[in-house]
Design a protein around this ligand. Structure first.
Ligand code: ZN
Ligand code: ZN
Length: 267
C-alpha cells in the first residue's frame, strides 16, 4: 500500500508538471496500446470461440473502417488530454485511498455510467440525431473487434464528455477510476467479438446474469430497438428495452439473422 501511494505521488507529480507534448505523447501511447490489445485479444478470442458465433461473419474489412478507428484513437487521446487539463485546473479531483471505499467506486461508477450511457445511447437513436451521431457505428451490423472503434467522432466525443462530467462531480479514487476504465474497455471489447466467450450458465446465475456479454451487444447491432445498456441489463429491464429473445438466443446467432443472410455468407 505504501509502495502504491508512493508511485501514485510520483506519477501525479510527473503529470502535474508534464508539458502538453509529453502528456499528449504518453496518452497517445496509452490509447494506441489499448487499441492494439483490444485487437490482439479480440482476435485470439474470436479464434478460440469460433464454435460459438453470435453474428454471421462480418463483411471484408474496409479502408474507411480502419481510418475511422484510428481517428477515434486520436480522439480518445484528445479526450484524455482534456481530462488531464481539467484535473490540473482542479475541476477533476481524485482520492488517493486504496481501501474498501476505493473498491466501492467500481460498482458505483459502473452503475452511474451505465444509466447515463443507456440514455445517451437512446438519445443517439432518435431519428433526428441518429444519422449525425450513431449511424456510422451501425453500418457494421456484423461486429468484429475493430467495430468498437468504428464510431462517429461526435458520438465518441459525447460519451467522453459524459465521463469527464461524471468524474468532475463524483470524487472517485484513482484506483477505482482506473479499474472502472479497464473494465470499460473489457466490456466494450467483449461486446464486439461476434462470438460468445462466456458460458451459458452466465445467464442463469444470480447477479452475474445482469452483466452484459457478447450476445447482448451483438443483438443490439442486429436489432436497433433493443439492448441499449453497456455493462448491465438493469436499465434495459427497467425501461422495457431488453430484447425478448435475449436469453433464448444467448451464445448463438438469432434465427432472424440467419434467415436474412445469404447462405454463401454464413458458409
Ligand atoms: Zn446503437
Ligand atoms: Zn456496438
Amino acid at each position: 500500500m505504501i509502495g502504491m501511494s508512493f508511485r501514485f505521488e510520483e506519477g501525479s507529480q510527473w503529470l502535474q508538471k508534464a508539458s502538453l507534448s509529453d502528456a499528449g505523447l504518453m496518452f497517445l501511447f496509452e490509447n494506441l496500446l489499448i487499441f492494439v490489445l483490444v485487437l490482439l485479444m479480440g482476435d485470439w478470442l474470436v479464434r478460440r470461440y469460433r464454435h460459438r458465433p453470435v453474428t454471421v461473419p462480418p463483411a471484408p474489412l474496409t479502408r474507411v473502417e480502419i481510418v475511422v478507428a484510428l481517428a477515434n484513437v486520436v480522439l480518445n487521446t484528445l479526450i484524455t488530454l482534456l481530462g488531464w487539463q481539467m484535473w490540473k485546473h482542479g475541476l477533476i479531483r481524485f482520492r488517493t485511498d486504496v481501501g474498501w471505499a476505493a473498491v466501492a467506486d467500481v460498482p458505483a461508477l459502473l452503475l452511474i455510467m451505465d444509466l447515463l450511457m443507456y440514455w445517451l445511447h437512446r438519445v443517439a437513436h432518435l431519428r433526428f440525431l441518429y444519422p449525425y451521431m450513431h449511424l456510422f457505428h451501425h453500418r457494421y451490423e456484423r461486429v468484429r473487434p475493430l467495430t468498437l472503434f468504428a464510431l462517429n467522432p461526435v458520438e465518441n466525443l459525447g460519451f467522453g464528455c459524459l465521463w469527464l462530467a461524471v468524474i468532475s462531480v463524483y470524487p472517485a479514487s484513482w484506483l477505482g477510476m482506473s479499474v472502472y476504465l479497464a473494465l470499460n474497455v473489457v466490456f466494450g471489447a467483449v461486446g464486439h467479438l461476434g462470438v460468445e466467450p462466456l458460458p451459458n450458465w452466465w445467464v442463469k446465475t444470480p447477479v452475474i446474469r445482469y452483466l452484459t456479454g457478447s450476445s447482448f451487444h451483438a443483438q443490439h447491432h442486429q436489432d436497433l430497438h433493443y439492448n441499449f445498456g453497456f455493462y448491465t441489463l438493469l436499465w434495459d429491464r427497467i425501461f422495457g428495452t431488453l430484447r425478448p429473445d435475449y436469453h433464448q438466443c444467448y451464445g448463438q446467432i438469432p434465427m432472424a439473422e440467419r434467415e436474412k443472410t445469404p447462405l454463401s455468407v454464413i458458409g
